[in-house]
Structure formats: structure tokens, C-alpha cells
Design a protein around this ligand. Structure first.
Ligand SMILES: Nc1ncnc2c1ncn2[C@@H]1O[C@H](COP(=O)(O)OP(=O)(O)OP(=O)(O)O)[C@@H](O)[C@H]1O
Ligand SMILES: [Mg+2]
Length: 509
């Protein structure tokens, strides 16, 4: 029997280029038994690519992989399964029309008499859900779930295989505090049982808390391997990006009510299925209004309805005093921008280039400059977007589906910045964005607000919510339960309200 602490996986001198552009250049990476090994690096540093090479999704150009000291070729999901490797990819792979249980046991469904034994499958899934205490039900159709819950399904899938090495590429990107906490305790239990974990995250505090060791990649090369004692946030940031950022911002902030005129006025908004009820608030010109809450609190559903993607049952939305009948088309025309939380499904077209993706949202503007759509103005616009938000690589021709996760997010944001916006709705803007780029996005939101744009920000990252918002509304179970508009608010205060530990406004009145 092998000992805890021995190397289970070792990747040596890994090289990978895409169309001649080197992405991994001689990377070395090793994981010990029963350790949580974090992997960090800027957007585009090569983390996901390394994982995909280890799990056989991509082939490597050069290098070798050893499993328990023996060289192995991993070319498929089957090879991974055989060795005991499971991976939760950054791009969620759940299939929306199927149920939670069908997704968890996809490809390895329990059978009875040659047919899928749905009853057994649902029971097995229910057992898993109960074991990890996730807010899921086996029979729910995934299409009806938000991205946070989809991520939990992905995690459940990984956990259900009794793997010896579990790879998690940004597992908490769409999770709120409570779900993330339960994931951390799962990780600790797995580690105690000798399971190894590769943990990719842009959230330093998580890595700080969980990791036994940390490998930092920078531009496709090893920047460092740190032992636990050496994992200090400022040092890690320096290794990643070569400059320091202020991590203290966002622990607390004085809230305020804007004195500007009201731009958006939402009255008694209620949706058909009760995911939000009787929502009323105003947002002012140049104000960043934050929405806090746990997964399933109804924030995403609310902003989708305001923008007009989903219908609502009753209530009204007014923009500059004029009543709107929201639909995406009318909203765009009226001056709304919308950055969805689920960028992969709703935010961009993966096969199209950065240029085309930016242009699609903005054809009305491109056209305005001439009768026909001119390639030159399209390209100029794309270049401006790339520059404004530092999309890497700065190549207008590159298909967005091939960009790293963080850079895809930047494209989705960037395409709205080319417009004259009145209201920007942005749902989890920095999920998957590295620390350096995060600050750039915050500065961008602040400068938009200074120009008079009203920003509705939904964020599960409390530090971000507090740092960016001027005023915060907290939702819980479909209602606004708390408004922070003048006090100095801390993460603990927002969390308490989100969990219902605060007396709600409704209950009090
Ligand atoms: N299939 C592909 N074809 C072409 N280029 C690719 C492909 N996959 C990744 N790349 C490029 O490889 C580089 C590294 O991407 P990767 O996804 O590994 O970054 P990452 O470290 O995971 O970043 P993030 O934190 O943003 O997820 C990026 O420049 C990306 O555009
Ligand atoms: Mg990635």
C-alpha cells in the first residue's frame, strides 16, 4: 500500500502550442497523495490547458506524464476513469434538458434488465445530495436551475466516482458563501481520506485556506511552487502578475444614497413562478447598486426580467420616468446593457471571432457610420474594446470560444462598453477573472458610473460587492430583505442579511 505524501501524478516538461503560439513551455507539475495542490496564474496563463492535457482532452506537443511513478498516456475520459482521475472543468458540461440525476450518472447509469434503472439512479443521487447537503433534487430538469446549482451538479458528478485525484477548475466561481463552505468541508474530508485534489481558483483566500502546496504559472511557465507556509497573498500576487494590488479594499465601506435623479424605477415586480415577489427599488443616475444574496435568492431572475429576457407577472419598470415593456431588443434600444452570469450560454458565440462578437451587439452603431456595415469600422470598434478592457490575446480574429475563461468574460463586458449606456446590468462580473484584471474591471465600472451610467451589480463575491457598490440591496428567497444605504457595511453584515439572520424589512413593518 502506498503512503500518503508520495507523488501520485507528475507532469514533466510539458509543451503545448495552439496554431504556433506557445501556451505551455516546459511546465512541471506534481501532486502528492492526499494533498490539495492549488494552481494559480493570470487569465490565459495556461492553467486550464495544463489540466486538459493531464485529462487527455488536449494532446501535448512534448513532455511526459507519470502516474504513481509509471509513465502513462492519457487520451480519453476512459483513461482517466481507469486511473481514478475525475475533473470538474471550468466550462460546465452539464446537459440542460436532462435531470440532475441523469447528469450525475451520465454514461454510467445503473441498469436493470438492460434498461436504465431510473428509480435506482434517483435514489443514488438523492443519497449523494444528502451526503454533501447540496440544495438540489434528483428529478429537477437542469434547464430550470441557475448556474450556481449547475456547478454543484458538476461537483457532485466528480465526487460520485470515488476518484483518487479530483481536479477542480474554478469550482467556486459561481457559488455563494454557503455552498463554497460546504465544498471546502468536502475537500477537507476527501484529503483526510487520501484523495488528492488539484484546485484552480482566482480567489486567494480560498487557496490560502485550503492548499497544502501551490504552483504558480506565468505565461505558460512555472513561476514557483510554494509550500503552505510560503503561501502569502501578496507574495502570490507578485509571482502571478509582477505587481502588487491592494487586497484590503472591500472589507467594509460607507454606503450612500445618490442625490442624482432617479433613472430606473422598479415597482412591485413579481414573476410567474414566485422566484421573486413584489420587488420595488429605484436606482439613480451614476449609481452602482449592488445586489447581495445566496444562490437561489432570485437576483439573476430579477435582473433578467428587468432587462426583458424573462416575462414577469405583475409590476412595472420605468426608465427616466417612462414606462417600459421590457424585451431585450427594446431594452438595448433604450440604453440597457446586460452581462449575464452564464456567459457561455448567453454571453457570446464561441465559434465567432472577438471582432464579430463585439460587432453583433453593435451593428446599429457600426451601420450609423455608413449605409453598409463597413469592415473597417467594425474592426476599429473591436480594437477599441480589446484595448479598453485588455483582452488577451489582442487578436480580433481569434474565436472567443478559444480564449481563456477570464478573457471570454472580458469580451462579454467589452462589447457593451462601445455603446452609450444608460443602465448596465452585470451579473457576477468577475467570476473567473484574475486579481489584476478584477481591479481593472472595478475601475471601469466606477468610471462608467462617473459618466452617469446606472450600474446594477449582482455579485456573490462579498468583497467585490462592498468594494464596488454605492448602495446594497440584499435579497433572500425572492424578496428584498435589507437595504444598506448609509451605514458602514461589512461582509458579515451582508452575509447575515442574506442568510436571514437579520430582521427583514418586510417583517419589521
Ligand atoms: N483550443 C484552443 N485553441 C487555441 N487557443 C487556445 C485553446 N485553448 C486555450 N487557448 C489559449 O491558450 C492560452 C491559455 O489558456 P487557458 O485556458 O489555459 O488559460 P487559464 O490559465 O485557464 O486562464 P483563465 O484563468 O482565464 O481560465 C490562452 O491564450 C488561450 O487563448
Ligand atoms: Mg481556465
Amino acid at each position: 500500500m502506498s503512503e500518503k505524501g508520495e507523488t501520485i501524478l507528475e507532469a514533466k516538461e510539458i509543451f503545448k502550442a495552439f496554431s504556433g503560439v506557445p501556451v505551455l513551455q516546459g511546465v512541471h507539475f506534481d501532486v502528492r497523495k492526499g494533498e490539495v495542490h492549488a494552481l494559480m496564474g493570470e487569465n490565459g496563463a495556461g492553467k486550464s490547458t495544463l489540466i486538459k492535457i493531464i485529462t487527455g482532452v488536449y494532446s501535448k506537443d512534448r513532455g511526459s506524464i507519470f502516474w504513481e511513478g509509471k509513465e502513462v498516456e492519457i487520451n480519453s475520459y476512459k483513461d482517466c476513469q481507469r486511473l481514478g482521475i475525475a475533473c470538474i472543468y471550468q466550462e460546465l458540461s452539464v446537459i440542460p434538458p436532462l435531470t440532475v440525476a441523469q447528469n450525475v450518472y451520465l454514461g454510467r447509469e445503473p441498469k436493470k434488465g438492460g434498461l436504465i434503472d431510473y428509480k435506482k439512479m434517483n435514489e443514488m443521487t438523492a443519497e449523494l445530495i444528502a451526503r454533501y447537503d447540496f440544495p438540489l433534487k434528483p428529478e429537477t430538469i437542469v434547464a430550470n436551475l441557475g448556474i450556481g446549482q449547475r456547478q454543484l451538479i458538476e461537483i457532485l458528478k466528480g465526487l460520485s466516482c470515488n476518484s483518487r485525484l479530483l481536479i477542480m477548475d474554478e469550482p467556486t466561481a459561481s457559488l455563494s458563501g454557503k455552498e463554497a463552505e460546504s465544498l471546502f468541508s468536502i475537500i477537507n474530508t476527501l484529503r483526510k481520506n487520501g484523495v488528492s485534489i488539484i484546485y484552480i481558483s482566482h480567489r486567494l483566500e480560498e487557496v490560502y485556506r485550503l492548499a497544502d502546496r501551490l504552483t504558480v504559472l506565468r505565461d505558460g511557465k512555472n513561476a514557483a511552487v510554494l509550500d503552505q507556509a510560503d503561501i502569502q497573498p501578496l507574495r502570490v500576487i507578485e509571482l502571478m502578475i509582477g505587481k502588487t494590488v491592494d487586497e484590503s479594499a472591500g472589507s467594509s465601506k460607507q454606503m450612500r444614497v445618490s442625490k442624482n435623479e432617479v433613472r430606473l424605477d422598479v415597482r412591485g415586480l413579481t414573476d410567474e413562478t414566485g422566484r421573486f415577489r413584489d420587488i420595488s427599488f429605484t436606482a439613480h443616475k451614476g449609481e452602482i447598486l449592488g445586489f447581495g444574496g445566496l444562490i437561489g435568492a432570485g437576483r439573476t431572475e430579477l435582473v433578467r426580467a428587468i432587462y426583458g429576457i424573462d416575462k414577469f407577472k405583475s409590476g412595472e419598470v420605468y426608465l427616466d420616468g417612462k414606462k417600459l415593456n421590457p424585451s431585450p431588443k427594446r431594452s438595448i434600444k433604450a440604453g440597457f446593457g446586460f452581462v449575464p452570469e452564464d456567459r457561455r450560454q448567453q454571453g457570446f458565440i464561441p465559434l465567432l471571432s472577438i471582432e464579430k462578437n463585439v460587432a453583433l451587439t453593435n451593428y446599429d452603431i457600426v451601420k450609423r457610420n455608413g449605409a453598409a456595415i463597413s469592415d473597417a469600422s467594425e474592426l476599429a470598434m473591436c480594437k477599441e474594446a480589446i484595448k479598453k478592457i485588455d483582452i488577451r490575446p489582442a487578436d480580433p480574429e481569434k474565436a472567443v470560444g478559444l480564449l481563456s475563461g477570464g478573457n471570454q468574460q472580458k469580451v462579454v463586458l467589452g462589447k457593451w462598453l462601445m455603446r452609450d449606456l444608460k443602465v448596465l446590468i452585470i451579473d457576477e462580473p468577475t467570476a473567473g477573472i484574475d486579481v489584476g484584471a478584477k481591479n481593472e474591471i472595478y475601475e471601469l465600472l466606477e468610471s462608467l458610473a462617473k459618466q452617469g451610467v446606472t450600474v446594477l451589480l449582482v455579485s456573490s463575491d462579498l468583497q467585490e460587492l462592498i468594494r464596488v457598490s454605492h448602495r446594497i440591496l440584499v435579497m433572500r428567497k425572492g424578496s428584498i430583505v435589507k437595504e444598506f444605504d448609509k451605514e458602514t457595511v461589512t461582509q458579515a453584515m451582508v452575509l447575515a442579511a442574506a442568510q436571514g439572520l437579520e430582521e427583514s424589512k418586510e417583517a419589521a413593518s
